[in-house]
Ligand binder design. Structure first.
Ligand SMILES: C[S@@+](CC[C@H](N)C(=O)[O-])C[C@H]1O[C@@H](n2cnc3c(N)ncnc32)[C@H](O)[C@@H]1O
Length: 240
């Protein structure tokens, strides 16, 4: 438990710094590499479109419809929430949650600046989501769950908040082989989204343990992050 608390402290410190610095994209890859087309982001203010710390583009594969309710876990600067906002329209709603105060402030500032009316950002943890049971059509998340020590708890929370028939689309990093203990215990690798990454098999098993039955890998590509070979995967699951 002490280790989990320490990891979360490091993660908050790292992402708090990144929010304040406003550094765009992870240093190892650019926003376009991870699947955002110029067409999708061209109308967004550069403060928003150039601040992505994700590893995929869950919105592009979401099949979102007008009027749907969306939750973005670990919403960062808000890019995915704002892309989803456009898709669900004025009768839909997007809630972003993030545990890092500085990140939340950045997302809220971006929403005010670009005048998004159907997006709200809440302070909260992926393992204890501040959202009602059975209230969400789509849960998405982009390169966040690898940072959370208790991943099964996150997927149990996703299951709880989804409406029956609701779906999740999550982009995350996994590894082909298990990582050495020296990498798993390296704080720098942990906050860079690789130290806490599971293998694909472990990841899918975790999702199943949380109650999901229909799980599909929609997209998979290789990446090198913080010097480690990883796979970026976008995974879909449905609550039956
Ligand atoms: C790699 S960044 C990705 C941000 C955003 N999804 C994007 O694509 O740009 C990870 C984000 O997840 C947040 N985060 C990490 N662990 C979290 C947790 N347990 N609960 C809520 N947010 C978390 C961090 O504060 C950070 O904003």
């Amino acid at each position: 438990m002490k280790r989990n608390t320490e990891i979360k402290k490091e993660v908050k410190k790292r992402y708090g710094q990144l929010a304040k610095e406003g550094s765009s994209c992870c240093p190892d890859y650019s926003c376009c590499d991870i699947g955002y087309s110029i067409e999708e982001i061209k109308d967004l203010p550069s403060d928003i479109s150039e601040f992505s710390l994700g590893c995929g583009n869950p919105v592009a594969l979401s099949g979102l419809k007008k009027g749907e309710f969306v939750l973005d876990i670990g919403s960062g600067g808000g890019l995915d929430a704002f892309l989803a906002s456009k898709k669900v329209g004025p009768n839909g709603r997007v809630i972003g949650i993030d545990m890092t105060k500085e990140m939340l402030e950045k997302a809220r500032q971006n929403a005010r600046k670009a005048n998004y009316k159907n997006v709200e950002f809440r302070l909260g943890e992926a393992e204890n989501i501040p959202v009602k049971d059975n209230s969400i059509d789509l849960v998405m998340s982009n390169c966040v769950i690898n940072l959370v020590p208790d991943k099964e708890k996150v997927y149990r929370e996703i299951y709880r908040v989804l409406k029956p028939g609701g779906r999740f689309i999550v982009s995350d990093l996994v590894t082909e082989r298990g990582l050495d203990e020296s990498i798993k215990n390296n704080p720098e690798k942990l906050v860079a989204c690789v130290g806490g990454a599971l293998t694909e098999k472990e990841y899918i098993h975790t999702i199943k343990k949380a109650g999901f039955k229909k799980i599909k890998i929609l997209k998979k590509s290789s990446m090198v992050v913080s010097g480690i070979n990883v796979l970026s995967e976008t995974i879909k699951g449905e609550k039956r």
